[in-house]
Design a protein around this ligand. Structure first.
Ligand SMILES: Cc1cc2nc3c(=O)[nH]c(=O)nc-3n(C[C@H](O)[C@H](O)[C@H](O)COP(=O)(O)O)c2cc1C
Length: 193
């Protein structure tokens, strides 16, 4: 594989004071360290925020930013056992851009680590012909576990998260590389149900 694998890193919260930036920045450092080329997709970006109310120009800008990527990583919190509404709206605003691509799920929240939010995204991406990775990375009650430098203060927790991220990155690289080759050899054909 000559060109680096291009991944869209999608932030799952538009809340003011969101914790999402801490987890997304942490994940971005790991993914770049693993050799992925990243494009950040932030639903709170003023160019994208209006898609939350159905603005067609904002949706077109989103689709442009999602295009030409080999896969995606979604960083989601958990709200009432599900992924947040604004993240779902962002996902719904695109279609072909997701097809035949892997989606990795990174979550955070209370003691569940946001895993229930991740699980709610699997059927959504299946409907969009995308492939969610089996392996996830999750952070339970992470809110006071990160220092000023954006890293976890506990060496033990850092080692655990790094190990999960290594497995996640290896799986993402395999699927993104394999599906890139597959799409080049034979364009993906969406079939009706
Ligand atoms: C309305 C609401 C519902 C929530 N529901 C859950 C939940 O079901 N499970 C959980 O683990 N955390 C839950 N939380 C905690 C959030 O995951 C936590 O506040 C997180 O920081 C939100 O992400 P953000 O700061 O990036 O917006 C909830 C928070 C809010 C505001």
């Amino acid at each position: 594989m000559t060109t680096p694998i291009r991944i869209g890193l999608i932030q799952g919260s538009i809340r003011e004071e969101r914790f999402n930036d801490t987890i997304a920045d942490w994940a971005a450092r790991r993914l770049e360290g693993q050799g992925f080329s990243l494009r950040r997709i932030d639903p709170r970006d003023p160019d994208l925020l209006p898609l939350q109310t159905g603005d067609a120009a904002a949706a077109a800008r989103l689709r442009e930013r999602l295009s030409g990527l080999d896969g995606f990583v979604v960083v989601t919190p958990e709200y009432n056992h599900a992924a947040p509404g604004p993240l779902k709206t962002l996902i719904d605003a695109a279609s072909a851009e997701w097809q035949a691509r892997p989606v990795g799920l990174i979550s955070y929240g209370g003691i569940s680590g946001g895993l229930r939010a991740s699980e709610t995204l699997r059927p959504v991406f299946a409907e969009l012909h995308a492939m969610t990775l089996r392996d996830t990375v999750s952070f339970a009650m992470p809110f006071d576990r990160f220092g000023e430098d954006g890293e976890m203060t506990s060496a033990e927790e850092t080692a655990r998260a790094d190990a999960a991220m290594a497995t996640f990155g290896a799986s993402l690289a395999w699927w993104a590389g394999a599906l890139r080759v597959a799409r080049e050899r034979r364009p993906y054909e969406k079939r009706a149900a």
